[in-house]
Ligand binder design. Structure first.
Ligand code: CP
Length: 373
């Protein structure tokens, strides 16, 4: 069974195929109007959303399909304590495909283990948001005509911004891309993305707290919101929330073709005056979200038709099962009933183990010979 939990579940070839299909849908929407007749998408959203939920639902309707929707966790049996695994197994009885958003890192991964139908991660905690990345990729392709040899500035909350983590993973696979990581010290990119994606692949990057320092060099400026819902300390959020505000004066240093992206929602990090600048692409980006999700639904339904149910392939690295506990308070492994605590060896040279669900690094160092699979 093919699911989409992490953008790395898709090969570069599959991403090109999705972008091509989305472009074809944009050009010939009538040819796709009955592609999903009789099929049902379940949108299980346990966290607020406007774009992702509505674009998934619009996508399914425009393919001729139907939508079953749980727009808030408190209107489903999750509010009574039902596990993610049970929810996914039960929804498999009613729908053909699931799009799940959840506040816990790794929840859609757990759903995919028990689901009998494809599961799409529509955003899990501060971890990943692969369909936003597909949206970003379609937008970049339509605006810049390529995925390679681009200088990409990522600005704001790089620590909790799940869209940033997925986008860096995706764009690191194309040659010649460089990253400029713009954030305050407290919201820097997590070590696992910096070390195991950028450094492990010898990708050029710079870190700065100054939004304007690299502005003239950027092909893309990806703005992000400071993620209030991920902070345990409200005072810390209030201190950091206005770290970066893009306005017309700051844009004077940018090139004429720089593309301004933002996954949205925006709070105040882009001045409304910027919306009329031709470099502002974020509303076109929101529209791209519907077309790429149409392409994704089509692909997953077609590829899984006739395929027996089965769980997502678990990485083949050495694993520790129920030896360590994940210390990430947002990890699904802290709340899901009888879920094994699993850590995988991601860097054998440094003996780095990461949680299977949320990718947080193990705080204790496992002793040699402790691995049990
Ligand atoms: N970009 C994005 O995920 O928006 P929503 O939270 O509104 O779905």
């Amino acid at each position: 069974m093919k699911h989409l939990i992490d953008i790395m579940d898709l090969s570069v070839g599959e991403i090109s195929e999705l972008v091509d299909t989305a472009q074809d849908i944009i050009a010939h929407p009538e040819q796709y109007a009955h592609s999903c007749d009789g099929r049902k998408l379940a949108t299980l959203f346990f966290e607020p959303s406007t774009r992702t939920r509505l674009s998934f639902e619009a996508a399914m309707y425009e393919l001729g399909g139907h939508v079953l929707s749980v727009p808030g966790g408190n209107t489903s049996s999750a509010a009574k304590g039902e596990s993610v695994a049970d929810t996914a197994r039960v929804v498999s009885c009613y729908a053909d495909i699931i799009a799940m958003r959840h506040p816990k890192d790794g929840a859609p991964f757990v759903a995919a283990q028990s689901s009998l139908i494809p599961v799409i991660n529509a955003g899990d905690g501060g971890h990943n948001h692969p369909t936003q990345t597909l949206t970003d990729l379609l937008t970049i392709y339509r605006e810049k005509g390529r995925f390679d040899h681009l200088t990409i500035g990522l600005c704001g909350d790089l620590k909790y911004g799940r869209t940033v983590h997925s986008l860096i993973n995706a764009m690191s696979r194309y040659p010649g891309n460089r990253f400029v990581l713009i954030s305050p010290e407290e919201l820097k990119l997590p070590g696992y993305v910096r070390e195991e994606v950028l450094e492990a692949n010898n990708i050029e990057y710079a870190e700065t707290a100054d939004m304007e320092e690299y502005m003239p060099q950027l092909d893309i400026l990806y703005m992000t919101r400071v993620q209030r819902e991920r902070f345990s300390d409200e005072q810390e959020y209030l201190r950091l929330k206005d770290s970066y505000i893009l306005d017309s004066a700051k844009l004077e240093k940018a090139g004429p073709d720089m593309c301004i992206l933002h996954p949205l929602p925006r709070v105040n990090e882009i001045s409304v005056a910027v919306d009329s600048d031709p470099r502002a692409c974020y509303f076109r980006q929101a529209l791209c979200g519907k077309y790429i999700r149409m392409a994704l639904i089509l692909k997953l339904l077609r590829e899984n038709d006739g395929v027996p149910a089965g769980s997502r392939v678990i990485p083949s690295q050495k694993r520790l099962v129920n030896v360590l506990r994940c210390r990430n308070p947002r990890c699904i492994s802290g709340v899901e009933q009888e879920l094994d605590q699993v850590f995988v060896l991601t860097d054998p040279k440094k003996n780095t183990y990461r949680c299977l669900y949320c990718e947080n690094e193990a705080e204790e160092t496992p002793q040699p010979g402790n691995a049990n699979s």
